[in-house]
Write a protein that binds this ligand. Structure first.
Ligand code: SF4
Length: 99
C-alpha cells in the first residue's frame, strides 16, 4: 500500500515496456558515453554527467529503465549506482507490500 510519502520516482517506476523510443530524445545522444561512466570516487565526473541529465527531457524514463532493469554501472537519470540501488530496494519493497 502506498503512503503519501512515496517519492514520485518510485510511483513512476514501471517495468520496461514499449521498447526504448525514449532514447531518441535523450540529451546524451551526442555525448561521449564515457562521460556517464566516471571512475569510482570521481565526484567531478559524476557532476559532469549529472549536468547533462539535468537538461534531459526523458530523465524519468531513463531512471525508470535503469532501476527496472537493475543497471548497476554508470549515471542514469542523474543518479549514481548507489542511489539507484536504494531506489530499487524501496521499489521492490513496495511491490512486495502491494502483494
Ligand atoms: S537522463 Fe542522462 S543518461 Fe538518461 S537519457 Fe537523459 S542524458 Fe542520457
Amino acid at each position: 500500500m502506498r503512503g503519501s510519502t512515496t517519492p514520485f520516482i518510485l510511483t513512476s517506476i514501471q517495468p520496461p515496456v514499449g521498447g526504448s523510443s525514449w532514447r531518441d530524445q535523450a540529451a546524451c545522444r551526442t555525448t561521449d558515453p564515457g562521460v556517464f561512466f566516471p571512475d569510482p570516487g570521481d565526484v567531478v565526473g559524476v557532476e559532469r554527467a549529472r549536468q547533462v541529465c539535468d537538461g534531459c527531457p526523458v530523465a524519468t524514463e531513463c531512471l525508470s529503465y535503469a532501476v527496472g532493469t537493475n543497471q548497476t554501472e554508470g549515471i542514469w537519470g542523474g543518479t549514481t549506482p548507489g542511489e539507484r540501488r536504494r531506489l530499487r530496494q524501496r521499489w521492490l519493497k513496495e511491490l512486495r507490500e502491494a502483494g
